[in-house]
Each structure stands twice: as C-alpha cells, then as structure tokens.
Design a protein around this ligand. Sequence first.
Ligand SMILES: [Zn+2]
Length: 243
Amino acid sequence: MQLGAATWPAADASETELAVLPVGSTEQHGPHAPLGTDTLAAAAVAEGGVERSDHEVAVAPAVPVGVAEEHRRFAGTLWVSPETFRSYVRETVESLAAHGWTRVVVVNGHGGNVAPLEEVCARLSRDGTADAVAFTWFDAVDLEAMGVEMGHAGPVETSLLLELHPELVDETEFDRAAAGAADHWGEWVGGVNLAHDSDTFTTSGAVGDPTESNTELGTRLYEAATDRLATLLDAVATRPGEE
Ligand SMILES: [Zn+2]
C-alpha cells in the first residue's frame, strides 16, 4: 500500500506492522543525470523490494531532501543540516508508529544520509518507539562482485537510472561528464580526506565514468538491491520486537 495514494480508511484497515520510508536527496549528478537520482532510486528500490517481500508493507512517500551540502556549489543541489534531517526522519517514523507501523525500514539512496540514519534508527529502536533499521541500496549490493565501484553519477547510478528512468538520462552529456570526472571520491592525504565539497575534486560532478553505464548492469543492480531489501523486510516483519 502506497500511503500517498491510499485513503485513510484503507490505511486504517492495514493490518501490517511493517512500513518502508524511502529517503533520497536532490543534488547534482553530473551533467547527464537528474538532481533527483537518489530519491528516484530509493523510491524504486523500496517499491521493488516490497513487491518481492512475502509481507504486506505500508510504503511512505519519499523524503526528497537530505544531507548533501558537499554538492552545494553545483546548481540545483538542496540540503538540510544533519540535525534537521534526523529530526524530520525521526518524527516521520514516530507518526508511522503512532498508526501501528512499528517496524520500519528506511530505504536510502544517498551516501550523506547514512550516518544520520544510523543514529536515528538506533535512537528510535532503543527508545522503544519503533523497530527501525536503515537500508542503503548500494551498500547492500555486492558491487565488487559485479566489478563496479559506487562513485557518484558514474556507471552504477547511471546504469540504475537507465533501467528505471531512461528518459531522464542525457547520453549526449556522457563524454563531458567523463572528461571532468574524478576517478575516486575526495582528496586523500595520510588517510584523511581533505575535501569537504565535491567541486574540489570533480569539475563535472561525476566520480567514475558514466560512458561505462548500460541497461544490463542497471537491471542486475535493481534485481540485487530489491532482492536484498525483500530479505531484510521479511526478517524485520517476523523478528521479535525489542521490548
Ligand atoms: Zn546519487
């Protein structure tokens, strides 16, 4: 059940305790991919995981703005502070729990959201508000086994978009994206990343070469991510609560 499309009597009739909350970002993804890439990915992986799950799941609307100030110098990037983000996610999960959806999987599409989501989910669980865990799709998939690195707006994310929303990918910009791309994230010296903002190490905004993207890889990534999420959903649905 998609909450955004359901009526309140339909929500009231829901008997499941399990909900997913997709969380994304609105941030630069190179000259070839949309600002909403991470939100689109989180929403699609959530939907696919729910379809594959054996359990009924309430699907909350996706949170579209996350912790993404590192991309602030690229036009169109939006961000909130980690404090605001944690509060927003926490209160959204609290409201899900108030309706009986007390087992919540946050489905994340953005690296900058990972640390604050871990904190929020731990807090909610320890407080007994909800049994909450965060799932980040690209951390759940074994990218190494597929021979690819995550990067940013590189082959992984661009291939997933080719699978999900090919009309939003501008392949005529691939060469420009690749020409200004970094081959890894950040500026590392002595084990420390000196860079706070992405424009200091990538001029196109990309990390990794999007010309290596293809729909076949996108299909495999989507299958793997939704499969991992379905496994998690089934476990969260049946495990004993913390209380
Ligand atoms: Zn992304």
